[in-house]
Design a protein around this ligand. Sequence first.
Ligand code: CO
Length: 135
Amino acid sequence: MLLSIHHIGIAVDDLDAAIERYSVLFGAVVEHREAVVEQGVEAASLRLGASRVELLAPTGPDTPVGKFLARRGPGMHHVAFQVADVAAELERLRADGVPLIDEQPRRGMFGLQVGFVHPEATGGVLAEFVSDDLA
Ligand code: CO
């Protein structure tokens, strides 16, 4: 069961510049910042009122976000849906033959449990399931 949109993920070239832009334009406040070396990404989670934006900058061109930027340029990268049970949501879709990026939950940004659904399944937008007891 989906509970809410947890965050929108946005691919950026320059994380510091993007944080500054969201702060000046929208009054966003950084709640977490983290480099996830094995995923080739440096990320910042920003709060905007009750909502959240996740800014993602690649650590190099040969990373998933680096390739995304080369292909599509900066912009919206994924939408993350908050769910109670990531494994159950992935299993529900897998049983229906829906293309997934993750068949099992994994540790995502900020230690949260996540799983990604392939953009082929949604009509072009990468979707993320996330469970977050603190949200
Ligand atoms: Co995300």
